[in-house]
Design a protein. Structure first.
Length: 156
């Protein structure tokens, strides 16, 4: 895991330190080790870790309005969270609770726009088990080549 940790840290940090489009992804099947890698990256590099479904004040605020929550709403929330982050990178894990509720066209809109969020004050890393590499790239225009770490389905 240490080689993966170093490689992922360098690759994600390079993306998140760009002047524009500072969003990167950690992709992989459930139980592939995304959350473990995410927590280790945050601990090692002093990034902020946010578990979207477990930390109070995030996913729980959607109770009763998940059906009307749209990609633009989540993108706006992400901008706000990155703006409030005091660390160089905010890593948001467990977004799948929301993404899974959306049809493919809304996932496509979210993936495309999240990968191209301009002018973020800090870097943003999104972890998702909903998208494998092929699904993720099928949602994006061919011209988009976001930075990502792809974990296999094997537990790490």
């Amino acid at each position: 895991m240490s080689t993966l940790l170093e490689r992922a840290g360098a690759q994600l940090a390079a993306c998140c330190n760009q002047p524009r489009y500072r969003t990167a992804w950690i992709l992989g099947a459930p139980l592939a080790g995304k959350s473990t890698l995410a927590r280790q990256l945050c601990e090692r590099y002093s990034w902020q870790y946010l578990n979207y479904t477990l930390e109070p004040g995030y996913f729980d605020l959607l109770q009763g309005r998940l059906e009307t929550y749209q990609p633009d709403d989540l993108l706006s929330d992400l901008r706000s969270w990155v703006g409030a982050c005091e660390r160089p990178i905010l890593l948001v894990d467990e977004l799948d609770a929301t993404l899974a509720c959306w049809p493919v066209d809304q996932r496509r809109l979210f993936a495309h726009q999240a990968s191209r969020l301009p002018d973020l004050p800090h870097g943003l890393v999104l972890a998702s088990g909903l998208f494998d590499e092929a699904t993720f790239f099928s949602l994006l225009p061919e011209s988009d080549k976001p930075t990502y770490i792809n974990l296999s389905g094997a537990p790490q």
